[in-house]
Design a protein around this ligand. Structure first.
Ligand code: NAP
Ligand code: ZN
Ligand code: ZN
Length: 350
C-alpha cells in the first residue's frame, strides 16, 4: 500500500525520553479521511503506555488519542466529511463492526478488541498504530467525530478521551438532579467529570489530594471540596453519596471511598493504575454497594458528548505546550501538577 512519511513525537524505549520520529501513514482509502492534526491532548494513558506500565507496549510508540484537526483529504466513498471540516479522533480508530457490542454502538467493548489509536495492530500497514503526537492521521470516517467551530479547539481536544471517559459512566449510572456525586482526583479526567456531572444537574463533591486545587475545584463547578488526606473531612461525607467516579492514576485506598456511598451506591473506576486495588468485603456488603469500571465510550456516544459539551459551553482547562515540553509535562503529571490538561500545539512539530 502507498504510504506517506510524516513527523511524529514518540519513543523507542520505556526509559527513553520522547523525541521526533519519522512514521508512515497509509494513503487515503475509499472510506478514509486524512486529518492535519492541530492539537493533541496528553492523557495519563499516554504516559502509562510510553513507559510500558501496563506492559504490552510495542516500540516505537507514538502516543496521543485526544486529536483535533482539519480534514485535508477524503476518500471517494466518504459521506460525512469534506476537505476543510474540523474533525476529532479519540481512543479508537476501528473495531470488528460485527459483534454484538459493535452493533450496539459499544465499539470500545468489541469482542475482537477495538483497534486503539496507538499501540494496536495496524491492519492496513502491519506493525502498530501510531497516535496523535504527529502531523497527520488517516482514519476510516466511521471513527471520526464532528467538532463544533464555536469552541476553543485546543480546549476541545481533551474531550475526545477525558470528556467521553467521564460522560459515559455518569450517563450510564443516570447521574442527575437530586443526587450527590463524588469525583475523585482532579486531573484531566476528574476536572471534566466535575463539569459534566454539574451540567447533568448533580450536587458535586470533589475529592483531591492537592491543597492547591481546592479553590479551583469550586470554579470548575464543585459544590463541595474535600481534601482526601484529611480524615475528619472524609468522615463528614460517610454514607452520603449516590455515585462516585474514581479518576485516580495511581494506587490509593478504595475502601475509603466505598464507605462514603449510600446503600445501593456505586463506585466506578475509570483510573487505571496497574497494581491491584484491595477492597474489603464489608465495604461492599454493609451497603449493598457496587464497585465497577468503565472504558471510554462508543463513537455514537462520543458525538453525543461533544454535542452536549458544545450546547453547555463545556471545554477543558488546558495548558498548551510545544512537543519539546512533552517530557517535562509527563514528569508534572506524575506529581499531580496539571491544571488540568496539557495539550500539544502540533504546529511545534513542523
Ligand atoms: P491525570 O491528569 O494525571 O490525573 C490523575 C489525578 O489523580 C491527579 O491529578 C491527582 O489528582 C490524582 N492522583 C495522582 N496520584 C495520586 C495518588 N498517588 N493518590 C491519590 N491521588 C492521586 O490523569 P488522567 O489523564 O486524568 O487519567 C487518570 C487515569 O485514568 C489514568 O490511570 C488513565 O490511564 C486512566 N484513563 C482511563 C480511561 C478509561 O477509559 N477508563 C480513559 C482515560 C484515562 P489530585 O491532585 O486531585 O489528587
Ligand atoms: Zn486517554
Ligand atoms: Zn466488534
Amino acid at each position: 500500500m502507498e504510504t506517506k512519511s510524516i513527523k511524529a513525537f514518540g519513543t523507542e524505549a520505556a526509559e527513553a525520553p520522547l523525541q521526533t520520529l519519522d512514521i508512515q501513514r497509509r494513503a487515503v482509502q475509499a472510506h478514509d479521511v486524512e486529518i492535519e492534526i492541530l492539537y493533541c491532548g496528553i492523557c495519563h494513558s499516554d504516559l502509562h503506555t510510553a513507559r510500558n506500565e501496563w506492559h504490552g507496549t510495542i516500540y516505537p510508540i507514538v502516543p496521543g488519542h485526544e486529536i483535533v484537526g482539519r480534514i485535508t483529504k477524503v476518500g471517494e466513498h466518504v459521506k460525512g466529511f469534506k476537505v476543510g471540516d474540523l474533525a476529532g479522533v479519540g481512543c479508537m480508530v476501528d473495531s470488528c463492526r460485527e459483534c454484538e457490542h459493535c452493533k450496539n454502538d459499544l465499539e470500545q467493548f468489541c469482542d475482537e478488541g477495538n483497534i486503539q489509536t496507538f499501540n494496536s495492530p495496524d491492519k492496513h500497514l502491519g506493525g502498530q498504530t501510531y497516535g496523535g503526537y504527529s502531523q497527520s492521521i488517516t482514519v476510516d470516517e466511521s471513527f471520526v467525530l464532528h467538532i463544533s467551530d464555536k469552541l476553543n479547539l485546543a480546549a476541545v481536544a481533551p474531550l475526545l478521551c477525558a470528556g467521553i471517559t467521564t460522560y459515559s459512566p455518569l450517563k450510564h449510572w443516570k447521574v442527575g438532579p437530586g443526587q450527590k456525586v463524588g469525583i475523585v482526583g482532579i486531573g484531566g479526567l476528574g476536572h471534566m467529570g466535575i463539569k459534566i456531572a454539574k451540567a447533568m444537574g448533580a450536587h458535586v463533591v470533589v475529592f483531591t489530594t492537592s491543597l492547591s486545587k481546592t479553590d479551583d475545584a469550586k470554579r470548575l463547578g464543585a459544590d463541595e471540596v474535600v481534601l482526601s488526606t484529611d480524615e475528619t473531612q472524609m468522615a463528614q461525607h460517610a454514607r452520603s453519596l449516590n455515585f462516585i467516579l474514581d479518576c485516580v492514576s495511581a494506587e490509593h485506598n478504595i475502601d475509603a471511598y466505598l464507605n462514603l456511598l449510600k446503600v445501593d451506591g456505586t463506585l466506578t473506576l475509570v483510573g487505571a493504575p496497574m497494581d491491584p486495588l484491595p477492597v474489603t468485603s464489608f465495604s461492599l456488603i454493609l451497603g449493598r454497594r457496587s464497585f465497577s469500571g468503565s472504558l471510554i465510550g462508543g463513537i455514537k456516544e462520543t458525538q453525543e458528548m461533544l454535542d452536549f459539551c458544545a450546547e453547555h459551553n463545556i471545554t477543558s482547562d488546558v495548558e498548551v505546550i510545544g512537543v519539546n515540553d512533552v517530557n517535562e509535562a509527563y514528569e508534572r503529571l506524575l506529581k499531580g501538577d496539571v491544571k488540568y490538561r496539557f495539550v500539544i500545539d502540533m504546529e511545534s512539530l513542523k
